[in-house]
Design a protein around this ligand. Structure first.
Ligand SMILES: NC(=O)c1ccc[n+]([C@@H]2O[C@H](COP(=O)([O-])OP(=O)(O)OC[C@H]3O[C@@H](n4cnc5c(N)ncnc54)[C@H](OP(=O)(O)O)[C@@H]3O)[C@@H](O)[C@H]2O)c1
Length: 292
């Protein structure tokens, strides 16, 4: 099986290659190598490579910046995705497109299922939802994979941010009124690896199992990394960011279950595994607030 991975320089892109590269012929293309918004380059690349599967790990994932930079968010998360979907469909390839829990407004009060009503609160979520809609309209052989709170060893994410603040002995203020499902990119990549061997197309929620607040997540990170520190509780209302976040956006995994895919491991187990490997180095160079 030939697999084209777009956005290969990102957190998920790298772990997709790490997992799928062991079994399949993968062509990982970074933004510099393939801009998904460049329609000619997309068509030329897909025509030449003739992939069996296209996995789109590219995205405009800066949630707060998207509020000011909405044209760019829509250009990448919707328009670029539509072009990739057209090229994949023309080539007869399966398409995996990665979307987000931020398509929901977080008011349900319990984990969201795949068929729950979407109602994004911010530009990022709206642009991702439009990307999903293009994929559904253009490419019947699709897997839309909604995930949440991603972390890996190579990005600016919540885990690396908390670790770098602990390292710098900063006061770590974390909201305790936002709930979701942290997800290790390696587990997501493994699940995508299982999906693509099937023809069980559709929309899937893929996150580590269970749910926690940002505060509990930070506490668990510090404890597992061996810091004798507790974060300071704060509220979303006291920590206002440009993009509003859903309050409770944990995902349930009905579609994985009914299609017979294995249970996703619990977020605490995945985090423990991640932090016990020796490749965890906070990437301090990129700074800023974690993406989601
Ligand atoms: N991070 C999360 O917590 C989270 C949660 C839910 C869903 N998701 C979704 O999961 C996917 C992967 O997220 P991630 O955390 O791996 O994001 P990431 O680390 O920001 O990676 C995204 C990659 O896409 C690249 N990219 C941006 N515009 C592109 C374009 N026009 N053409 C080709 N590549 C482009 C970026 O390159 P540059 O860095 O050079 O711009 C980056 O390497 C995204 O679709 C995101 O929306 C993420």
């Amino acid at each position: 099986m030939n697999i084209l991975i777009t956005g290969a320089g990102g957190q998920l892109g790298r772990d997709l290659l790490r997992v799928l590269g062991q079994t399949y012929a993968c062509t990982p293309l970074t933004r510099q190598e393939l801009d998904i918004c460049d329609i000619r380059a997309v068509q030329k690349t897909v025509n030449e490579l003739k992939p069996d599967v296209v996995i789109n790990a590219a995205g405009y994932s800066k949630v707060d910046q998207a509020e000011e930079n909405s044209a760019e968010a829509y250009r990448i998360n919707a328009l670029g995705v539509s072009q990739l979907a057209i090229a994949a469909e023309e080539a007869g390839a399966k398409l995996v497109h990665v979307s987000t829990d931020y398509v929901f407004d977080g008011t349900k009060g319990e984990p969201y299922g795949e068929t729950d009503r979407t109602n994004p609160l911010n530009i990022y979520g709206k642009s991702k939802l439009l990307g999903e809609q293009f994929v559904r309209a253009v490419c019947p052989r699709h897997f839309i994979v909604r995930t949440s709170w991603l972390y890996s060893n190579c990005g600016n994410n919540f885990v690396t941010k908390i670790l770098s603040q602990a390292e710098n002995q900063q006061d770590i203020k974390v909201v305790d009124d936002q709930f979701g499902s942290p997800t290790y990119t390696l587990d997501l990549a493994e699940c995508i690896g299982r999906l693509i061997t099937t023809e069980r197309y559709g929309t899937y929620h893929v996150s580590n199992s269970g749910c926690c607040s940002r505060y509990d997540f930070a506490k668990e990170i510090l404890q597992n990394a061996g810091y004798d520190l507790l974060p300071t509780r704060t509220k979303s209302a006291d920590f206002v960011l440009p993009a509003p976040r859903p309050q409770h956006s944990a995902l349930s995994h009905h579609v994985l279950e009914i299609n017979g895919f294995p249970h996703m491991r619990n977020w605490k187990t995945a985090l423990e595994d991640f932090l016990s490997t020796d490749w965890v180095h906070p990437d301090l160079s990129r700074g800023g607030i974690p993406h989601e």
